[in-house]
Design a protein around this ligand. Structure first.
Ligand code: FES
Length: 158
């Protein structure tokens, strides 16, 4: 039994070392803990992006006074989409809405310490989902403004 346990431990260690070598320390540590996973209870807008791979990344934002107070992500995609969503959410927190478009696919990829070439599109998906979430926030804000304007208009006269 101890021999089998040793074999499993060694195999696990080898796999982890291969993943670290391929993706780097930053990406590996993020993948292990996946900060910002899930939708914050206070989220007030969301955006999603689906790649040609068929996977979708969704970003949830809590925005108050045009500033991101909290953010989260969900994805049905690969490990790279998970760490990309996690990084995009993290980078968004504390930023003003108008600055969120500065968080591009390149920025997400670079902050992860790079991705394998075949996985780079995952960083772009995460950035696109983030930008979509900001668009959703502005749409909702416009609707609220429109509704409150309607409520303050005087009743129509016959
Ligand atoms: Fe589809 Fe990564 S999101 S391969």
């Amino acid at each position: 039994m101890a021999e089998f346990d040793n074999f499993v431990n060694e195999l696990q260690h080898t796999l982890i070392e291969r993943v670290k070598a391929a993706y780097g320390e930053e990406a590996y540590e993020r993948w292990r803990t996946l900060p910002h996973r899930g939708e914050p209870a206070s989220a007030n807008c969301r955006g999603a992006s689906t790649g040609t791979c068929g996977d979708t990344i969704t970003i949830f934002l809590t925005i108050e006074d045009d500033t991101v107070c909290d953010a989260g992500f969900a994805t049905d995609g690969c490990g790279s989409s998970q760490i990309s969503g996690s990084m995009a959410a993290e980078l968004a927190i504390g930023k003003r809405c108008e600055d969120l478009t500065d968080i591009t696919g390149e920025v997400v990829r670079d902050r992860l310490g790079g991705l394998l070439e075949e996985d780079e599109h995952c960083a772009w998906l995460a950035a696109n989902a983030l930008h979509d979430a900001v668009g959703d926030y502005y749409k909702r804000a416009l609707r609220r403004t429109d509704n409150s304007r309607k409520q303050t208009l005087p009743p129509e006269t016959p």
